[in-house]
Design a protein around this ligand. Structure first.
Ligand SMILES: O=C(O)CCC(=O)C(=O)O
Length: 199
């Protein structure tokens, strides 16, 4: 469960982003990957684009505190209860990032044909300035960010066991995506820890 210091690589300083490479060591990350790949709750949702409905190009499951729900891309997710493994990971992520989270969206990218289009995690339930922690297991995938004005871009490779923190201002000023990567043939699990504001 070993955490390293935040990287000071220059592209990250363009946005308020911190990256902990190998937050989980290889073997620990392999066992988490195995656990999440067999989660029975992963589902393919639907996304609406220009009036048409398409299957979401990945599978998803939403976990969180009892009673929480989250709307995203015209879909409503009611939180499944935290499982012990997710609670253990959340505690480690909270300790390192010094932010608290009450929900997590699990994404499964089955291979490089799966993706996540340009978006910001700025739904009303996440409050004015969401801080999001993102943990990756499995295949390395590109993670791109661009400012809303389009004048800056940041490209990061998220690898097995890496933890990324999108801090204050990132969801307001930037969009992010996971582009398709045709050469990737193996799955990737991503956990995005979020804080839903309870009113
Ligand atoms: O898979 C990733 O690294 C990003 C996931 C993401 O953007 C999201 O769940 O909103």
């Amino acid at each position: 469960m070993l955490m390293s210091e935040p990287s000071t690589e220059s592209p990250l300083s363009a946005a308020n982003i911190h990256l902990w490479k190998s937050f989980y060591k290889h073997e620990v990350a392999v066992s988490y990957l195995g656990y999440f790949l067999q989660l029975p709750n992963l589902r393919q949702g639907e996304v609406q684009l220009f009036g048409k409905t398409y299957p979401t190009p990945r599978l998803e499951a939403f976990f969180g505190e009892a009673g929480l729900s989250y709307s995203y891309s015209n879909q409503r997710f009611n939180a499944l209860p935290w499982c012990p493994i997710l609670s253990e990971i959340r505690d480690a992520v909270e300790q390192t990032t010094q932010h608290s989270f009450n929900a997590v969206l699990v994404n499964l990218y089955r291979n490089g044909a799966d993706s996540n289009g340009w978006h910001a995690d700025n739904e009303a339930e996440l409050g004015e300035d969401p801080v999001i922690a993102s943990l990756s297991f499995g295949a390395a995938r590109k993670f791109h960010l661009k400012t809303n004005t389009g004048n800056k871009t940041v490209k990061i490779l998220l690898e097995h066991g890496d933890l990324l923190l999108m801090g204050s201002g990132v969801q307001r000023e930037w969009k992010h995506c996971i582009p398709k990567s045709p050469k990737v043939t193996t799955p990737r699990i991503n956990l995005t820890f979020r804080k839903i504001i309870i009113k």
